[in-house]
Design a protein around this ligand. Structure first.
Ligand SMILES: Nc1ncnc2c1ncn2[C@@H]1O[C@H](COP(=O)(O)OP(=O)(O)OP(=O)(O)O)[C@@H](O)[C@H]1O
Length: 245
């Protein structure tokens, strides 16, 4: 008689990075990064300017090549490429928002649906879903992105990323140019969406106060390597944070 034994194995992380190295014109900026992003976790990546945080995100979405190391989605090793990552449920919101200033929000979303080759019915359903998740988008739906505030543009950028129903969201410094209160207003719905969807988020942020409040774990980087990993509460004391750098 065969007896089935329940598996006690830890599930593979949503995304894992091993020994990642990268450079620009021969200058090494990532010097061997190991990182796990668990299922349904918000991981906040902090560090000085130039520590390599944005480069890491770019590599994970396939926008910059790694010199060495491995990127895994679940336990599957792959060579990141933007279309491949998008197909596999990864979305990337770059620093600086990247919305087309001359297009209305509606046009930006329509363009994103068109480039994802979704049919009209599915496209409408996706837009309705994002508008339900981020209802404030309705307030400026027909305005040109260039006329929107920084926080509104950031919401457009994140909403556009959510259209693809990602399981992993790579968010590069969404607080740039936002007052702390506006940043908080943006993070609160993101955290709610993340919990509702069970999405994993890798959030690069310098604005630690607000970011830690929605993060499950923090990793600090310095000069291309990770130097600390812990819970936000362990770093709540600002003095302790400064000793890391
Ligand atoms: N396109 C590029 N060409 C050459 N060097 C670059 C390029 N992008 C970044 N670098 C350099 O690589 C290093 C890491 O930069 P990166 O932007 O990844 O750091 P960061 O931690 O995200 O910094 P910040 O917080 O300022 O955005 C820095 O020394 C930076 O000057």
């Amino acid at each position: 008689m065969s007896v089935s034994i329940p598996s006690t194995a830890t599930p593979a992380p949503a995304m894992a990075v091993r020994g990642l190295r990268a450079s620009y014109a021969g200058r090494e900026v990532l010097a061997g990064i190991d990182l796990d992003l668990a299922d349904g976790e918000v991981l906040c990546l902090i560090g000085h300017n130039g520590a390599g945080k944005s480069t890491l995100l770019k590599i994970l979405f396939g926008l910059h090549p790694a010199d060495a190391g491995e990127v895994r989605l679940r336990s599957r090793a792959l060579k990141p490429h933007p279309s491949l990552m998008a197909r596999d449920g990864v979305a990337y919101v770059p620093e600086g928002r990247g919305v087309f200033p001359g297009l209305t929000v509606k046009e930006i979303f329509t363009l994103a649906l068109w480039s994802a080759s979704l049919d009209a019915g599915e496209g409408r359903a996706r837009i309705d879903e994002v508008l339900e998740l981020l209802p404030k988008l309705r307030d400026f739906w027909t305005k040109r992105a260039g006329q929107l505030s920084g926080g509104q543009q950031q919401m457009v950028s994140i909403g556009r990323a959510l259209l693809s129903r990602p399981s992993i969201l790579l968010l590069d410094e969404p607080s740039i140019g936002l007052a702390p209160k506006l940043f908080q207003d943006l993070l609160t719905p993101i955290r709610a969406i993340q919990q509702r969807r069970g999405m994993s988020i890798l959030l690069v942020e310098q604005n630690v106060g607000e970011a830690f409040a929605v993060s499950d774990r923090v990793v600090a980087m310095k000069s291309g390597v990770t130097i600390y990993e812990g819970k936000p509460a362990d770093l709540a004391d600002h003095a302790k944070l400064l000793t890391l750098f």
